[in-house]
Design a protein around this ligand. Structure first.
Ligand code: ZN
Length: 340
């Protein structure tokens, strides 16, 4: 049975160590990193679930340890994780620093990539609650992307293999997550890490953990990310993804941006200045307040026009709706502040 081998890859801007975990001794090398955006912890939890599971041994772990070697960076941006920010301690988005590598965290990721020479890269993130699948009202609980490696979005062998692996995972997860898997936009950006590693010749997959109905702590989503990782490793170990037709990747619906967190119907019941039958779309902003994550109601960044679906609907004209509105911090004052 294989043990986890740990070393420190280097230090963040504020001097926090960045641990690197290796497992397995098989010929297929898979590198995975999470929380390059500090406020995106769901996939980190899923990686730890994977490590825990593999560490227990058993038939699946034994089969995998002989076929894959994993290099896992659970938290590339520990300063951002502590401050609950997307950016690092210098205010830099590490996923826009892959080309210039101005930040120590970016250089650590590149060093690990060059030293380990992976056959696959998994770039793990959280996505906002605005994403739905295609034109449907189903939130994109998981989204995937095989990033482009040129402006023409060409599909050379490494990108093709990433697409096949995504399609294989999506097929495995479909029964558990019907309609809840989307495909991310593939516009080319050479400053993004995924695009850089794809350009360097390694099949690279973007994983985005999204919203599951009623699950703002993303514990359900955490499970689906874990299941996706297990599925991917199984396919890599067996080579089964190579038989998946490319059309299956194209058939995964693209993400839409049609969701808001909350729709308040008959908002005039809280604010008499509003016209009869006013519906208001509201988005939550996550912020660290006294060491806890708070969900602060705000108007959607993109404006109200794009919103077509809501994760939750409250009717202010009903006693239950008013009670719910009253119980949410900041919601009533936001609605009462609207000038028609
Ligand atoms: Zn991210």
């Amino acid at each position: 049975m294989d043990f986890i081998r740990m070393h420190i890859g280097g230090q963040s801007v504020q001097g926090r160590p960045i641990p690197i975990l290796d497992w397995g001794h098989g010929p297929s090398r898979v590198m995975m990193w999470s929380q390059m955006h500090g406020n995106e912890a769901t996939t980190t939890k899923a990686l730890l679930d994977l490590i825990n599971e593999l560490g227990k041994g058993g038939a699946r772990a034994s089969a995998l340890e002989a076929s894959v070697t994993l290099r896992i960076i659970p938290q590339l941006n520990p300063d951002g994780a502590q401050a609950y920010t997307r950016v690092n301690a210098n205010g830099i988005d590490l996923n826009r620093d892959a080309k210039e590598k101005t930040q120590p965290e970016s250089r650590i990721l590149r060093e690990q990539y060059e030293g380990f020479a992976p056959h696959f890269c998994f770039n793990l993130h959280d996505q906002r609650t605005i994403y739905n699948v295609g034109e449907t009202a189903t939130p994109a609980t998981l989204s995937f992307l095989a990033p482009s490696m040129d402006a023409g979005r060409s599909v050379p062998p490494q990108r093709q293999e990433a697409m096949q692996l995504i399609a294989a995972m999506a097929a495995d997860l479909k029964p558990a997550l019907p309609g809840g898997i989307g495909r991310y936009d593939d516009g080319f950006n050479p400053n993004c890490v995924g695009d850089q590693f794809q350009m360097a010749g390694t099949p690279t997959l973007l994983f985005e953990a999204g919203h599951y109905p009623g699950d703002y702590q993303r514990e359900e989503t955490r499970y689906y990310v874990y299941a996706a990782l297990v599925s991917a490793l199984y396919h890599i170990s067996q080579g089964t993804h190579r038989k998946v037709p490319l059309e299956s990747y194209a058939a995964i619906p693209e993400n839409g941006k049609l969701m808001v967190d909350l729709l308040v119907k008959h908002a005039e019941a809280c604010n008499p200045a509003l016209a009869r039958g006013t519906s208001l779309a509201i988005q939550y902003r996550e912020a660290l307040q006294a060491g806890r994550i708070a969900f602060i109601p705000e108007w959607p960044e993109e404006g109200l026009t794009l919103a077509r679906f809501a994760h939750e609907t409250l009717d202010a004209a009903t006693p239950q709706g008013r009670k719910a509105l009253n119980s949410r911090s900041g919601l009533l004052s936001l609605i009462q502040g609207v000038q028609p």
